[in-house]
Design a binder for this molecule. Structure first.
Ligand code: SF4
Length: 268
């Protein structure tokens, strides 16, 4: 069976990759990283380093730049099919969230195209009825609710961290115990699913990304072509992100929102 690690280049999947290299779990034949071309620079630096530590190939696939698609959608150059799920304030004051399509279009679909190619399963075909691919996914025990069965009968998903009851924090501990640095949290810089702790971290430690986030947050409100009924915001408070007060300590420890409807690929 072909073994493929879905590598998000975050804490959990990076730990899995190194555990495999260390012989603690079965080594995959390939790791696949789906690049939205919208991650912070330090994630790409981390990925380069991680790749240098692994004896199995890391294949990078991409559907293009999600950031650029967002800007194009604001300008009406092309549709907004792959956009992130914005928070939207409606005329009656209620707050909702638009449908998220980016994980499917920029993570799951490019990975699936590559898996099909590696497994010799033609695009759009239903494939064999028995599993021929094991897809290894780095969901930790504390996020076990994000597990999902594979979409196709020929793929079997496996969750070694859940099987071993390993939490996210224990992944970090494992990395340190083996002399490795702490992996970054991987996600697009402007992802509306960030926790406040994550926004705060970007604001304080990555001014280049922060300035771009402020710019994008403004652009989506001027993006007439996004065809939204309400007013979109990147932050859940529905305020312009540069006006959000991130100094309050009470939200420390707030979880990110990936678990709400995540299909198990972003932020791992
Ligand atoms: S990290 Fe966020 S914005 Fe990027 S693809 Fe995932 S859900 Fe979408």
């Amino acid at each position: 069976m072909l073994k493929i690690l879905s590598l998000g280049a975050g804490v959990q999947s990076s730990t899995l990759a190194l555990m495999a290299e260390n012989g603690e779990i079965e080594k995959p034949d390939y790791a696949i990283f789906a690049d939205t071309q919208s991650e912070p620079e330090h994630v790409y630096t981390w990925l380069n380093w991680l790749e240098s530590q692994l004896s199995f190939p890391v294949i990078r696939v991409t559907a293009g730049s999600l950031r650029q698609e967002l800007l194009d959608a604001c300008d009406g150059i092309r549709g907004a099919w792959g956009r992130p799920a914005f928070f939207v304030k409606n005329a009656d004051g209620s707050v909702g969230m638009t449908r998220r399509q980016c994980t499917q279009d920029y993570k799951l679909d490019p990975i699936m195209r590559q898996v099909r190619e590696l497994a010799g399963v033609k695009p759009k075909s239903r494939g064999p009825i028995e599993p021929i691919v094991q897809q290894i996914i780095g969901i930790s025990f504390d996020e076990a609710h994000r597990m999902k069965p594979a979409r196709f009968r020929w793929i079997r998903n496996s969750y070694p961290l859940v099987d071993r009851r390993i939490h996210r924090l224990q992944c970090v501990e494992w990395m340190h115990k083996h002399g490795f640095p702490t992996p970054p949290k991987s996600a697009c810089t402007f992802c509306p699913y960030h926790s406040d702790a994550m926004w705060r971290d970007i604001k304080h430690n990555d001014p280049g990304s922060w300035n771009d986030i402020v710019y994008l947050d403004e652009r989506i409100r001027n993006g007439q072509h996004l065809l939204l009924k309400g007013t979109p915001y990147l932050h859940r408070s529905c305020q312009p992100i540069d006006l959000v007060d991130f100094s309050c300590a009470t939200d420390y420890g707030q979880a990110d929102l990936f678990g709400n409807e995540c299909e198990g690929m972003c932020g791992l």
